[in-house]
Design a protein around this ligand. Sequence first.
Ligand code: HSE
Length: 406
Amino acid sequence: MVYAAILGYGTVGSGVAAVLEQNEKMITKKAGEEISVKYILDLRDFPGDPNEAKVVHDFAVILEDPSVSVICETMGGTEPAYTFSKKALLAGKSVCTSNKELVANHGPELLRLARENNCNYLFEASVGGGIPIIRPMNYSLTAEAIDGITGILNGTTNYILTKMEREGADFGSVLQEAQEKGYAEKNPEADVEGYDACRKIAILSSLMLGKTVNYENIYTEGITKITAEDFRYAKALDQSIKLLAVSKMTEEGCMVMVAPFMIPAAHALHGVNDVYNAVYVHSNMLGNSMYYGRGAGKLPTASAVVSDVVDCARHQGKTVMCFWDEEEVELADYRAFPRRFFVRADAGLLDEEKAESLFGTIETIRLENMPGEFGFLTGPMKETDFEAAKNKAQGILGRIRLEDWK
Ligand code: HSE
């Protein structure tokens, strides 16, 4: 029997208990022995809940019980999750987490503590919810040199952008509706400003490089400036607009950024809609591979946590390899990477001739019923050169990067 404890009985934590209960027999077979939740740590009580009797309010009860060998940390946030995880690992108890903030902030240290104490720190649920992506990167693609990751890593923003595209609606109204329906948080900043995707791509980039990518060094731009007009142009260009988290090996090193991009209909990520997430990985032997599914939600995310618990049950007293050192990587400057841009311009302030003189050869696009403006696509240019041209131009209404696509 493997005894587990759940820290935090919220959406994901209660999902972990539900997955373990619903798939009990099959999980027992796959783990090689039964997994039983012995404690649930929460500040609250849950009268009437079937797990009511397992609720404790003091982490010490769990820490001091030698029979508990696996902790599911589904609290979120850095503290007290960080302190509890460290204490658990130092006591030789494995930790399975859905907490991307903690993994992005302290992942390599917690992995080292797990190695030093012959247990595991596993975090499949921290990126892409229920989508297997950490395990494929750690175990399945071990024969590969991964040199590019492009992800739709945030369900809330993908839902908003999909609705804007389908309904021709503005960001503000779709966000409000998403909040009313519970698809977006009351404070949506972490999602719509790209911070959540930033932490997730920091984790994936660290696994790609085997060293630490500090999320604070990642250029991050959210979707708040994307308009209904942008989608009209995108449609005319046979493109969509997605919040992409991009990590690519370049001659100058690893370039990581989060921003809205136009992507063509032929791109595999183009059809990833609603709350779905997908991670598109390029590696040198396999080529492109994609991992797709529900990137959030109670049961999908809990399923990933439980898959880690099963891994712990299968590897008791042994640390599963994860290549992620504490050494921090210096990232390449995203502005030195040539790419194409879509630009919207006020026709009263900028004409095509002037635009070409500043941005080089352009492809112009004009839409019906929008006589006051036009759009254009630049050729590949470095972001620094694009910004210099943009600063000299008058009447630029907006710009969106084009995903480099081969
Ligand atoms: N807020 C996140 C999202 C939840 O929308 O994807 C999963 O990390």
